[in-house]
Design a protein around this ligand. Structure first.
Ligand SMILES: Cc1cc2nc3c(=O)[nH]c(=O)nc-3n(C[C@H](O)[C@H](O)[C@H](O)COP(=O)(O)O)c2cc1C
Length: 353
């Protein structure tokens, strides 16, 4: 690790993290951090200072589902649910940023407190419940930032995670179609988030039809613009049984889904760490499970693009994700616990896997 990365690491561990972790509700810390990032990076001077302190160029460009990712580790969904920091994630050295999850209507989500950190275990439990500004406000933000599919206005590819809380499959379908229609100009890739444990979803039996309708809609929208269809990934739960995973693979191939994001947060692991709380667990205790899922998928399908998510807390975790067959990976809880130095350290390696 270079001196610069070590300084950044120490600065985070000794100054920024204690200040942020002093807020008992991690959501308050998150709001302050996001405001800090926006305030700092939105002026040319602030951005230049942030870049000088933090940025290390990703060095492993990788093409997945037709998208060129400049680096192999990106930001997972849930950190930037409004898109307001979309243009700043590149400064941290992320190779992509996934925004959202976005629903048709604005949602407050579940009542606070709905996020808890477990410093010893390096875990977070969240029960946010799809809090987001709604598709219209979100699209306006991306428009303001000039973020359009393929134009790399954010410096890195931008994925948009979309979701619905409708349990009626027809209603859910309608909502997904609206989300795709309104966000199609802005997304380098889409993610169908059917696996959030904190909201209701249409019955699993309808997943296949919903996905099929989404793929069809994306094709129509892309045809109109004479472009290749925007890749659609779907994000799965780490709590799926082997049979459910096999079914996921079958649907992915049959319906021509671009790939799988493995995984979302885990209810099973949350029950072990915090039986009295609601929600799903992320962070270190999730790593073993998400790695198993990546391995399971790769052993059964050599080609399906896999974006690994879950418990990447240190450089070695990401190495192992790639070793087991992930094409690219994402961080969120690792970023909360270890800060920007985690991504810098990965990029400094020049080649991680
Ligand atoms: C506070 C919080 C909010 C999240 N919100 C979303 C979300 O809106 N959509 C989504 O697909 N995943 C969401 N996630 C899940 C993450 O994207 C990621 O898949 C999960 O946290 C596991 O990765 P990690 O251990 O690196 O955090 C959220 C996670 C956390 C901790």
């Amino acid at each position: 690790m270079s001196i610069k990365t070590e300084t950044l690491k120490n600065g985070y561990e000794e100054i920024a993290k204690p200040a942020l972790f002093a807020f008992k509700d991690p959501e308050t810390a998150h709001k302050i951090a996001m405001l800090g990032i926006r305030t700092m990076c939105s002026t040319p001077m602030g951005r230049a200072v942030a870049e000088a302190a933090i940025y290390e160029m990703p060095t492993e460009p990788t093409t997945v589902a037709g998208i060129e990712f400049p680096g192999r580790v990106g930001l997972a969904a849930g950190m930037d649910k409004t898109g307001k920091c979309a243009k700043y994630w590149q400064i941290f050295g992320f190779g992509h940023a996934e925004l959202g999850t976005i629903t048709v209507d604005p949602r407050k989500g579940n009542p606070r407190q709905r996020m808890w950190r477990f410093p010893k275990a390096e875990a977070v439990v969240n029960y946010m419940g799809f809090n987001n500004p709604g598709v219209d406000a979100f699209a306006t933000t991306l428009q303001k930032h000039g973020i359009k599919r393929g134009n790399l206005a954010a410096g890195i590819p931008i994925g948009i995670s979309i979701g619905s809380v409708a349990t009626d499959p027809e209603e859910a379908n309608k909502e997904y179609q609206q989300l795709l229609e309104k966000l199609h100009p802005h997304a380098d890739y889409f993610v169908a988030n059917f696996s959030c444990p904190n909201v209701s979803h249409a019955d699993d039996n309808h997943t296949s039809e919903l996905i099929e309708a989404m793929v069809k809609k994306i094709r129509e929208l892309s045809n109109k613009n004479s472009t290749e269809p925007t890749p659609l990934f779907w994000k799965i739960s780490p709590d799926l049984s082997e049979n459910e995973l096999l079914r996921t693979l079958e649907i992915t191939r049959d319906k021509q889904v671009a790939g799988i994001i493995a995984c979302n947060t885990s209810v099973e692991l949350r029950k072990q760490l915090a039986p009295d709380l609601p929600g799903g667990l992320s962070g270190r205790p999730l790593f073993k499970k998400s790695l198993e899922v990546v391995k399971f998928i790769r052993q059964r399908d050599e080609r399906i693009p896999i974006i690994a998510s879950g418990g990447g807390m240190e450089v070695d975790d990401f190495k192992r994700m790639f070793d087991k067959g992930a094409n690219i990976a994402q961080a969120l809880t690792g970023f909360i616990f270890h800060g920007p130095a985690l991504i810098r350290e990965i990029n400094e390696l020049k080649k991680i896997a």
